[in-house]
Design a protein around this ligand. Structure first.
Ligand code: V47
Ligand code: SF4
Length: 402
């Protein structure tokens, strides 16, 4: 018989069991933090740091699971999406990036025409996907007018497909080249069909780290300003954090604090997405990757600290399927999507998933294996279908889910 701690069994965190865990914590400061969390009070930067430095994984895991279940019960969200990467040619040279090719070496990279991208869009005709995620390198020739025209073509062809596209890094460059402000640029793209922004490009905001890993792209204030402006225009967005390389715990807290502050102001972020640094074939290949224990601690602290972010996402192509499953007991309530593409940004940096794609029935079964409730959502977390009472075998025989 397998024996797991109670919080790993996905039992609804009974009030008494979490109270017992908090009461039996020997470190007074950690116990007080636990009480704050139990009483839905916000923890501060110092307390967040203490959790990273001193709390055991079972303690923060239990707290994070308690918060996750208080917010979402057993529900675990995913969506049916696909990715388009217009190019991997990039004017920037982030040290962790295994994917981009400098413009000077563009013959080694790829660059899709709008016809080729529309061909990808059309290949999903009749398939029940709800989102296209567009993200790529920063190509000096693919400008705002090109992308606005692409948005229009996509919406003309399939008006109900949600377009989540362009990191703040891509947008910042596009807007500067077009000599428009973030407000003007975002309004033009939104009008053309862009629905929301993905969370990429945030990396680590603090300049002490940012200058070492991605000195030449938009800085923290620029990134935050683009998201703030998008929120003010009524668009939602996500936020990422690239963790597990040369940053210290306090840099992570600083990063999360800046996002939490903006979220207090705008309430425009849907999801926080920690991205695990992978070290293959990039200029940081000598930096070891974080351990699974460190990964689970990070997800737990993120759930506890980001109290105004409704969702915490584990991006399974980066973590691998089994570790992504594990995060569902450490605060995570979203596994992104079926993805279904040949996304290269991760596979080129050494993630376990060389061609990330899961069918709906595979994703549902991953979630069910750890006794959670799979719920298909759209990009904005409206529920499309709850798979709790649906047999996976039934899905496997239906072409729409495979
Ligand atoms: O900003 C690049 C990361 C991000 C590596 O919003 C790496 O739903 C780890 O934004 N190791 C882009 N990470 C991807 C992105 C994203 C992904 C999934 C969901 C969403 C969303 C957004 O990829 C970059 C960077 O942080 N990345 N190289 C690497 N070696
Ligand atoms: Fe370019 Fe993005 Fe890679 Fe940085 S992470 S080099 S901005 S593609």
């Amino acid at each position: 018989m397998k024996i797991y701690p109670a919080y790993l069994c996905n039992m609804t965190a009974a009030k008494s069991s979490i109270e017992e865990i908090i009461e039996s914590e020997k470190n007074n400061s950690l116990q007080q933090i636990g009480e704050k969390i139990f009483n839905s009070q916000r923890i501060n930067e110092e307390e967040g740091l203490l959790l990273f430095e001193q709390a055991s994984l079972p303690y923060i895991g239990a707290l994070a699971n308690f918060v996750r279940e208080r917010l979402h019960g057993n529900k675990t969200y995913f969506n049916r999406n696909f990715h388009i990467e217009p190019t991997n040619v990039c004017v920037f040279s982030c040290a962790f990036c295994a994917y981009s090719r400098l413009y000077a070496h563009r013959e080694e990279g790829w660059e899709l025409s709008s016809e080729q991208m529309m061909h990808i869009i059309k290949s999903y005709d009749g398939k029940p996907v709800t989102e296209v995620h567009i993200v790529g390198g920063v190509h000096p020739k693919l400008n705002m007018a090109f992308f606005a025209d692409l948005m229009k073509q996509i919406k003309t062809h399939r008006p109900d497909l949600h377009i989540k596209g362009y990191t703040a890094v891509e947008l910042d460059y596009m807007f500067r080249k077009a000599k428009v402000s973030p407000k003007e640029g975002l309004s033009i793209l939104h009008e053309a069909g862009l629905d929301s922004l993905p969370g990429g490009g945030a990396e680590i905001f603090h300049p002490e780290i940012r200058e070492q890993i991605c000195a030449d792209k938009v800085d923290a204030n620029g990134w935050l300003n683009i998201h703030k402006t998008a929120h003010q225009l009524g668009m939602h967005s996500n936020a990422t954090m690239l963790y597990g390389h040369i940053e210290k715990y306090w840099h992570r807290i600083d990063h999360m604090e800046r996002l939490r502050k903006l979220q207090d102001e705008t309430h425009g972020f849907n999801t926080f997405i920690p991205l695990k640094f992978r070290n293959k074939d990039n200029d940081m290949r000598n930096v070891p990757e974080s351990t699974v224990v460190e990964d689970m601690k990070l997800y737990s602290v993120a759930r506890l600290y980001m109290d105004n972010f409704p969702h915490l996402k584990a991006y399974w192509p980066m973590l691998g399927r089994q570790n992504a499953q594990l995060t569902l007991s450490f605060g995570v309530n979203d596994l992104d999507g079926t993805i279904d593409d040949s996304t290269k940004i991760y596979s080129m940096a050494g993630s376990e998933e060389q061609h990330p794609s899961l069918t709906t029935s595979q994703l549902v079964s991953l979630i069910k294996q750890v006794n959670r409730e799979p719920v298909e959502r759209d990009t904005l977390y409206h529920e499309i279908k709850n798979y709790k009472d649906i047999d996976v075998m039934e899905l496997e025989t239906n072409a729409l889910y495979n």
